[in-house]
Ligand binder design. Sequence first.
Ligand code: GLN
Ligand code: ZN
Length: 772
Amino acid sequence: MIQTHILGFPRIGAQRELKTALEQHWRGELDVAGLEDVGRQLRQHHWQLQRDAGLGFLTVGDFAYYDHVANHIQLWGCEPARFGFAGHEPALARHFKMARGVDADATSGHAPCQGHATCTGTHALEMTKWFDTNYHYLVPEFAADTRFSLAPERLLGELAEAQAFGLPVKPVLIGPLTFLWLGKSKSAGFDRLDLLDSLLPLYADLLIRMAAAGVQWVQIDEPILGLDLPPAWTQAFEHAYQALRRVDVSLLLTTYFGGLGDHLGLACRLPVAGLHVDAIRAPGELANVLETLPLDRELSVGIVDGRNVWRTDLDAALGQLRTALERRGGRLWLAPSCSLLHVPFSLSDDTALDEELRRWVAGAREKLAELQCLKRALLKGDAAVASDLAEARAAIQSRRQSPRVHRPAVSARLAQLPAHADRRPSAFSRRQRLQRDRLKLPPLPTTTIGSFPQTASIRAARAALKRGTLATETYREAMQQEIAQAVAAQEQLGLDVLVHGEAERNDMVEYFGELLDGYAFSANGWVQSYGSRCVKPPLLFGDVQRPAPMTVAWAQHAQSLTKRPMKGMLTGPITMLQWSFVRDDQPRSITALQLALAVRDEVQDLEAAGIAIIQVDEPALREGLPLRQADWPPYLEWACRAFRVATSGVRDDTQVHTHMCYAEFNDILPAIASLDADVITIETSRSDMELLRGFGAFRYPNEIGPGVYDIHSPRVPDSDEMIRLLRKAAEVVPAERLWVNPDCGLKTRTWAEATAALQQMVQAAKQLRDEL
Ligand code: GLN
Ligand code: ZN
């Protein structure tokens, strides 16, 4: 018996239909019935695809209008009391209120509110990353008085819809432990694990109802088995699944995004009918599972990459699967490694990819076909799918041999990289002196993080350039004009270190990717980030090199307009890596180093063009951390080295800045310090400078610009607030090493908001200087 299935399918739609419908609905242009029609059509279409691919099950419960974790908050009836939902309020309306907050002025269109001081309404649930993906879920809130009550109508309704296809249907649930783990304890001294016993009866109840509806298999996701867990949580697994075994349905326990590691024995011991493992992220683990999992359990092998877009090497997969099949007595389930939520709907006819690239990649739809091909080959032999296999083989071969992927000059450069390429010529103290002599900045120098407002006219110009209705030269002049305006505005404000404003950038990765060899961009490769928001990660498919300077002309133009130092502005290698679909045919560390060398070339060219300060942004450094702490040191080692390689090729008196957005830094401070950037700017205002304490306690040696106001909010803070924050900062970091800047770039603000806030900021710095 060979069974195929998926853990989940992208729900946003082939043409982002769900995004369109949601945004229309929120603007009041589409009523609930219209939105629900779109939802139903999407589900139907996705089940048709699963049916047509001959999958053993249709998967149900992976659909959500905004977020699948929020679906579970509603399923278990634990919507936070602070929303004050009235009993008659429809579930969908409540779903959106939790996702988007409730404006005090309920008539205005409300952007996601993340609990800013400015919001007087009920702020939305917090949003955070789903494991190490770029999907963001809504965080459940738990407190000592949290009560659960089953609200299965939505899920059972979708179940019935799918059953109308007349095929076996497999509902998917987030498991009880993962659900509790993903939430946040909201009352002091309260352990959310204490809620387990009140939650389990609801799971049992729901499973009974599903069994009564004719369901045989239920997929229960427990990806936290791939994390480091406190002992109480691992112990709770046995208890929880003992409690659920009494129900008359078969549970497929799924784990993904990594190996089970020390939880492998536990996962294989749990009283469930089947186990799914991620054989892509943890290639070595399949062998261990084959050793350990009792033969009376089903084994589901995640053999098609659910996180990346490369076409599966079917021959290699079949090799692994045949071994597994033999060990398992001819019984095996095949699946993508995780839900396909994390890949685009389809890439095989993407209009922006060339023909060769289109053959190398697979979106969700293509991955269904891969599963079918694998299954048929296992059942009937390779000859039964000879032409499919030959096609796939040829594509894999062409990728393996392509001169677009393998550039000897790039590997030679990596091989010859001197050991000291990641070291500045001198230590920070000497550099600091030389930079001070050269730059002659006042104490508490003021600067910004890089971007100024991306106005409608900037975006219109770029769109016209893409459409071909605006000549390159006209576009260039328009951007130079924008730069001139940004420079004039900054001089007017009296900022000390200026930026060109990033007018020419669509996005901080895309802009550079488009100018580098080794990158490709799809037209429609959208992946849901949260709610209606999607990202289109570039495809990093080949050896990276920089054919020509990428920012030098913009920086030079900007510097020519002012006597003040102009800060060059680049995106760092780890951020370029993290926000792309990365090639899987070499370690990420190598790709990072290739990116680092491309950035290094640019840094050196900027220096040669007279730019004295260069910022290399690395907002994604922390999000690249592996899920297991034991894997952190090697990652931090190569990631930080890549940054240093990118930034160390300059003279001592050239000042290197880096920027990171809001993140927990305390546990990686040694790594941050090892970057050896002369100045780091970080997002701290929302933490009331608390974040800086760690830097102080660690005695972080270089200069720091802790953000003094929140750029995510349109609110204009006054200088007193910023002075208070800066005084707080000066308690932990000596004032002579402090910079004054906003939290992050200003691209989402209006010019009026940006200038008003910066005016206050410059005034705050001036006032404090007088006190020094
Ligand atoms: N330089 C970028 C900007 O100002 C940094 C953005 C980021 O770190 N996310 O927009
Ligand atoms: Zn930032």
